[in-house]
Ligand binder design. Structure first.
Ligand code: ITT
Length: 198
């Protein structure tokens, strides 16, 4: 059975990856299953790709070459020139939490009318499978930011994001629906196709 370590300390991502890998002949684990405390891998890159590669390389380099899958993702809001983007996890500064990030986002968008609150989640996946072998895939999910949080599922900015074609936030819809249309779900499907055709 293929073994993959997901190079993330984000429990929300781990849950989604476990759901999406369910039923495949792949043993999935994450940083918390191998390291205590969970390593805080410095994301010094300026793009989703660079940061995903840094995380995949860390796991690959700190194991006996186990397949390492990293996700770097974030929210791009048009009215904010694409912010928070690569700093989505740290948007509200030191000690950032999802609720503080959401509060900051609402504050920044306080004067932006409904029709101009378009946004998208992006995800870049990097899978390192060998010394010089990497597979990469990207996914995007378009939507808009509402003006107060709604729902308690998911993680991060989910309570503020309504994907196109829905009238509920990512924090209100079933995880099955989120995984089918999300940036992460789209990227993982592409990556899976690359793995089976490699
Ligand atoms: P790891 O680096 O350990 O994977 P992280 O949360 O720091 O965890 P990122 O650097 O990729 O991961 O930051 C992604 C942030 O973007 C995440 O913390 C959320 O704030 C936001 N985000 C990404 N995908 C999301 C999703 O599906 N729903 C809500 N917010 C999401």
């Amino acid at each position: 059975m293929t073994e993959i370590i997901i190079a993330t300390g984000n429990a929300g991502k781990v849950k989604e990856f476990r759901e999406m890998f369910a039923g495949l002949d792949i043993a999935v684990s994450s940083l918390a299953d191998h390291w205590n405390p969970v390593p805080d891998i410095a994301e010094t890159g300026s793009t989703f790709y660079d940061n995903a590669k840094i995380k995949a390389d860390w796991v690959y380099g700190n194991t006996s070459g186990v397949w390492a899958l990293a996700d770097d993702s974030g929210l791009e809001v048009d009215a904010l020139g694409g912010a928070p983007g690569v700093i989505s996890a740290r948007y509200s500064g030191n000690g950032a939490t999802a609720s503080r990030n959401n509060e900051k986002l609402l504050h920044e968008l306080r004067d932006v009318p409904e029709g101009r609150r378009t946004a998208r989640f992006k995800c870049v996946l990097v899978l390192r499978t060998g010394a010089d072998t990497y597979l990469t895939a990207e996914g995007t999910c378009e939507g808009r930011i509402i003006d107060k949080i709604a729902g308690d599922r998911g993680f991060g900015y989910d309570p503020l994001f309504i994907p196109d074609g829905f009238d509920k936030t990512f924090a209100q819809i079933d995880s099955e629906d989120k995984n089918r249309i999300s940036h992460r779900g789209v990227a993982l499907k592409k990556l899976y196709n690359l793995i089976v055709s490699a």
